[in-house]
Design a binder for this molecule. Structure first.
Ligand code: ZN
Length: 271
């Protein structure tokens, strides 16, 4: 299976899903996310597949949601200014930015994300649902949406992934977390030199693929279920509503789902 945005291949019990929009730093449009979800479903349904790798072509894992590509459907093609409503935003985001990520997280097979370059906001929604994350030494993780008047990206993994204090610092400042810092807080499993990223992830996947698939399924469920009992699922749902009040506020202030970028935002993102 190959689409405009996603490459998919299976070999030696490992499914590899590759984001393939490198010219746009793998920024996510709605069709890209739908193709990605289709690839995850294939990997989940294929009895030959025991481990799933998610990786990205190009310099960057993902620059987040492509603002032009996630608006009201059809708006871009007819040349009219998009007519944003909170109901429309909610519908797009509940499916593509919340349900997809939760489904990928709960697929009963181990998954590994390989992250290089930037992983910004919506990029986190692709990496966090994976069970393991291997980062290249040039990886940078950030969610600078407070600068756009929003309290954090749709799927609130921050507190779980970074711990509460780092989560607040990263959100309040919009700064990025380096690969080393991400490893220190437990958000990534390992940092490797950039040119070793793909072989390292492949080797790890091959090792895991030797294990009994039902035991892997049970191990994954044990950890995810523990997090859910601690409140992960309920918190993710609850904070999604908080996120929507951010869009509602921006709509009432400006007619757009986010507020105008504050001065210095680009500087902060690129730091
Ligand atoms: Zn949103």
């Amino acid at each position: 299976m190959i689409t405009s945005f996603i490459e998919y291949e299976v070999s030696e019990r490992i499914a590899t899903i590759t984001l393939n929009r490198p010219e746009a730093a793998n920024a996510q449009t709605l069709p890209l996310l739908d193709d990605l979800d289709e690839a995850w479903r294939r990997a989940a349904d294929d009895p030959e597949v025991r481990v799933i790798i998610l990786r990205a072509n190009g310099k960057h894992f993902s620059a987040g949601h492509d603002i032009k590509g996630v608006g009201p459907e059809g708006a871009a093609s007819n040349g009219e200014a998009p007519k944003w409503t909170l109901a429309g935003i909610y519908e797009i985001e509940a499916k593509r930015f919340l349900e997809y990520s939760l489904r990928w997280r709960n697929i009963p097979k181990p998954s590994i994300a390989a992250v290089q370059g930037v992983c910004i906001s919506g990029g986190l929604l692709l990496a966090w649902p994976c069970d393991l994350i291997i980062a290249a030494d040039n990886a940078k993780f950030s969610d600078p949406v407070v600068m756009m008047g929003i309290g954090g990206v749709e799927y609130h993994g921050h507190t779980w992934e970074m711990g509460p204090r780092k989560a607040k610092e990263i959100l309040f400042t919009g700064r990025h977390m380096t690969a080393g810092e991400a490893e220190k807080v437990g958000m990534v499993n390992r940092v490797v030199p950039l040119d070793e990223l793909r072989p390292a992830v492949r080797e790890l996947a091959a090792q895991i693929a030797q294990m009994h698939p039902f035991a892997l399924r049970q191990a994954k469920r044990a950890v995810n279920q523990t997090l859910d009992i601690q409140g992960f699922y309920a918190a993710i749902q609850s904070v999604f509503e908080t996120h929507q009040t951010g869009h509602g506020h921006a709509l009432s202030e400006s007619g757009l789902p986010i507020l105008t970028l504050l001065d210095g935002m680009k500087t902060a993102i690129n730091k």
